[in-house]
Design a binder for this molecule. Structure first.
Ligand code: AMP
Ligand code: ZN
Length: 486
């Protein structure tokens, strides 16, 4: 559906062929209609992972969220240019200006170079994105260590403009020289208070001032020459430098988890707008946390689950993607294995229904009002729980023709990326309650045969299971029973 919308922005009327899409902008705290700077083109930057360890499912929530923004805008007709940076230097343990570099700590612990550590976790991160149906072929993934020159140049310009000052341990941004520092809000007095998040550095003029370039300690594994001597970049400068190098001085959307808004993103704004003299980012979008028993999932708290854990338990990785969509991105989402199993079961049922509809519709789609309703729901700040609700109610209803249902599945696939048009062969593990008793009995007898090393009997029972329309695979935690596809 393409229709002409007249959208009022900054007092002028902009004609656009694109349907209206609404996003909550952290800058205003409100839902706003999305209007890109250049017609038809979206510049989208996402703060990427710090590659000192595997990305956990909390991190992955923010990347699926950014992917959903990109899909929704692409489906609305925009060309989306995307960058996700890879932080391989500069992010310190504790997230402030003190302490060791996370990648260096990990490298020292494993007796490897920072580069080897960064390569290893970048590769795993990209594999996780692939498994979650994030199309990485169109995304640029720059690494902070490859943009040192650009970071130095930016810091130098800030110094020349009188916005930075030198201390023994580095070059600092002078936040009081940047009017409007903290536009994204959230900088509570406690956060700024000495001794809390930001420890006092001798000579620091204001607790909010932050490091642009750190003087190297003799044993720093990653250090470079700079106008301020040997050193390494502060954490915030990398994003300002890479946005500028790859997307330009002014971009449309910048994303991250909600923990990044107050410090990291306020600091990015201060750096970039001081140099560019114009709005750095028009729409700041932040996703809420994934929590584990009420607490933020985080590597430092040690309460994390990885996508590999999910797959090892026999779930399809897209079960996690479906699970994410059960909450709108601004709502905290509590992870539990039961909740994941519920999502996996629902996705399995969707895949089964999709196979039936593919046959009945011969993969031909027809327009219907409910498809427009689905699109409008996704364009309303990515209201995924409601969008899934529409999908389910239509697929279960007798009132729609198979072609209308197929059309809706096409829309749902474009926006949600759940492999709805070509469901995978591997499905989610079935439990005792999901299958007839005789099938479960067969499974139990096969396990007993395997335990007593009677593999002939075990194979025989496997055949019987397969003849009944089920399939058994042997995973690391035992057998995984799934239903054969229709
Ligand atoms: P990091 O690897 O720590 O630099 O984080 C990468 C991204 O994951 C950032 O956008 C964080 O805000 C985000 N993030 C970290 N923990 C969580 C969580 N528990 N839930 C959602 N997003 C998170
Ligand atoms: Zn960033």
């Amino acid at each position: 559906m393409k229709w002409l919308a007249k959208i009022l922005k900054k007092g002028s009327i902009i004609h656009t062929q694109y349907p209206p899409v609404f996003f909550t902008n952290t800058l205003s705290g409100r839902k706003e209609v999305f209007v890109p700077q250049k017609p038809g083109i979206v510049l989208l930057y996402s703060c990427g992972p710090t590659v000192y360890a595997r990305t956990h499912i909390g991190n992955l929530r923010t990347f699926v969220f950014a992917d959903t923004i990109a899909r929704t805008l692409a489906a609305a007709g925009y060309r989306v240019h995307r960058v996700i940076n890879i932080t391989d230097v500069g992010h310190l343990v504790g997230d402030g200006d003190f302490g060791e570099d996370k990648v260096a700590v990990s490298a020292a612990r494993e007796h490897l170079t920072p580069e080897t550590i960064a390569n290893r976790y970048t590769k795993l991160f990209l594999e996780d994105l692939d498994d979650l149906s994030v199309d990485t072929s169109d995304i640029q993934f720059p690494r902070a260590t490859k943009y040192i020159k650009e970071q130095i140049a930016l810091a130098k310009t800030l110094e020349e403009k009188g916005l930075a000052y030198r201390l023994a341990d580095g070059l600092y941004f002078d936040t009081e020289k940047f009017p409007g520092y903290g536009k994204l809000g959230g900088l509570s007095s406690e956060e700024l208070e000495a001794g809390a998040r930001v420890r006092v550095v001798k000579g620091k003029r204001h607790p909010a001032d932050f490091v642009l370039w750190r003087t190297a300690k003799p044993n720093d594994l990653q250090q470079w020459n700079s106008p301020w001597g040997r050193g390494n970049p502060g954490w915030h400068i990398e994003c300002s430098a890479m946005v500028r190098a790859l997307l330009g001085q002014e971009i449309d959307i910048h994303t991250g988890g909600e923990d990044l808004a107050h410090i990291h993103h306020n600091n990015e704004i201060a750096q970039s707008e001081s140099v560019g003299g114009r709005t750095f980012v028009h729409y700041w979008m932040h996703s809420a946390f994934l929590t584990m028993r009420g607490e933020k999932a985080s590597k430092s708290l040690g309460n994390v689950v990885y996508l590999s854990d999910i797959v090892e338990k026999g779930f399809h990785p897209l079960s996690l993607r479906y699970f994410f969509f059960q909450a709108q991105y601004r709502t905290p989402l509590s992870f539990s294995w039961d909740a994941l199993a519920g999502a996996a079961g629902a996705l399995d049922r969707l895949w089964k229904i999709s196979r039936v509809i593919a046959r009945e519709s011969k993969r031909k789609s027809a327009a219907s009002a409910v498809r427009d309703q689905f699109l409008a729901t996704m364009r309303d700040d990515l209201a995924t729980p409601q969008a899934l609700g529409i999908l389910w109610s239509v697929l279960k209803s007798e009132e729609y023709a198979p072609e209308e249902k197929w059309g809706l599945l096409e829309d749902a696939q474009a926006h949600l990326g759940l492999s709805l048009l070509n469901p995978p062969q591997q499905s989610n593990p079935l439990e005792e309650k999901d299958v007839p008793k005789e099938i479960w009995d067969l499974l139990t007898r096969r396990e007993a045969a395997r335990a007593s090393k009677d593999f002939k009997k075990a194979d025989h029972i496997r055949n019987a299971i397969e003849h009944s329309g089920y399939r058994v695979d042997d995973g690391p935690d035992g057998p995984v029973l799934t239903q054969e596809t229709l």
